[in-house]
Ligand binder design. Structure first.
Ligand SMILES: [Zn+2]
Length: 55
């Protein structure tokens, strides 16, 4: 899915940074954690999964 224009859905975000798994700067796929405390990020290149806590 390609989203052109400003996203209105604040539950999704594009995060671009270097992946520790494959070493590429990649567009992480993000999903909101069920408990709302942060994000689960997946590298589309190598499948590395990491978490990021908000706040
Ligand atoms: Zn990766």
């Amino acid at each position: 899915m390609l989203a052109l224009g400003a996203p209105k859905d604040s539950d999704s975000a594009v995060i671009e940074e270097r992946c520790p798994g494959c070493g590429e700067v990649t567009r992480w796929e993000s999903e909101r954690m069920d408990n709302g405390e942060g994000w689960v990020l997946h590298c589309p290149e190598c499948g590395t999964e990491t978490t990021r806590f908000s706040g």
